[in-house]
Design a binder for this molecule. Structure first.
Ligand code: YH5
Length: 276
């Protein structure tokens, strides 16, 4: 499998890592625009050195309960890191939902638009379709501020699958070819632990859409719920979940800890190659 991302193409015959770069003042202890930009640039370089195929740059905090950020502020946060990253040999992804940010990022040469709102914000679909860029559409139930308030589904796997199928159809109708689209069930976005486990157990259902499957499990609350560990103690759990997801058909794993995850994915790739 391949994913066309503008001028770059991702070879997904074996699973790859998307390294997370959060450009939010709260992700760097000191705050301040200049120091935040410098820390983000250093983080971009580290993620690429560690072997990520994709670097995912985001300026909006979508953690449960997070407050929204002004669009100009989001652009100011992500653009310096994007401009730095596009010079490096890596696919550069912008993690955003807003048409203004999508347009600015595409103008700067970004290769992939990763949207936790699946291009549902008015104007976002058109903005993403205008570039030759790759797209990741993710399922979420409700806005971050309220998404963990008692989420309910009749059948979480079927509902997420139907939503993703509908968003892929909307992308195709807007002129985005299927070779440019990846899908993501959106772990933790309006889901309980039981919902997240159901999605992980049935990743094969999403893989059956014959599109690259992206998953983000790194350091998420479900690991805390199952291990009792805080954010800083979730490395082993994150690598384990990345391994499980890759074994169940994920092509792209979005992670904070690139080097450790790559080791695990190399083992998965060796196992999968020995089968074919
Ligand atoms: C994702 O799954 N997630 S931002 C809470 C955490 C740790 C991490 C409580 N963007 C995804 O990473 N894009 C985010 O600890 C994403 N898939 C895609 N495609 C949330 C996040 C996080 C939240």
């Amino acid at each position: 499998m391949k994913l066309i991302c503008g001028s770059r193409t991702l070879d997904l015959r074996s699973p790859v890592v998307m390294g997370i770069v959060n450009v939010t003042p709260d992700s760097f202890s000191d705050g301040g625009a200049f120091r935040t930009a410098a820390a983000a640039a250093a983080r971009v370089e580290r993620v690429v050195e560690e072997g990520a195929a994709i670097v995912d740059i985001g300026g909006e905090s979508t953690r449960p309960g997070a407050a929204p950020v002004a669009v100009a502020e989001e652009i100011d946060r992500v653009m310096p890191a994007i401009e730095r990253a596009v010079r490096l040999p890596v696919v550069v992804s912008v993690d955003t939902s807003r048409p203004e940010v999508i347009r600015a990022a595409i103008a700067a040469g970004v290769h992939l638009v990763n949207d936790v709102r699946a291009l549902t914000v008015p104007g976002a679909l058109e903005a993403a379709a205008a570039g030759p860029v790759g797209i990741c559409v993710m399922h979420a139930r409700g806005e971050p501020a309220v998404m963990q308030d008692n989420p309910r589904y009749e059948d979480v796997v079927a509902e997420v699958d139907a939503f993703l199928g509908a968003r892929v159809a909307a992308c195709v109708a807007a002129g985005i070819g299927r070779e440019r689209i990846a899908i993501d069930p959106g772990f933790g976005f309006g889901k309980t632990l039981a919902h997240n486990l159901a999605l992980l157990r049935r990743l094969d259902v999403f893989a059956a859409q014959c599109l690259p499957l992206l998953v983000g499990l790194s350091r998420k609350r479900m690991i805390g719920e199952l291990t009792g560990r805080g954010i800083d103690g979730r490395l082993a759990g994150s690598v384990a979940l990345a391994t499980i997801a890759a074994l169940r058909g994920a092509s792209i794993v979005r992670v904070h800890d690139v080097a450790a995850t790559l080791d695990a994915l190399r083992l998965v790739a060796a196992l999968q190659e020995s089968e074919t």
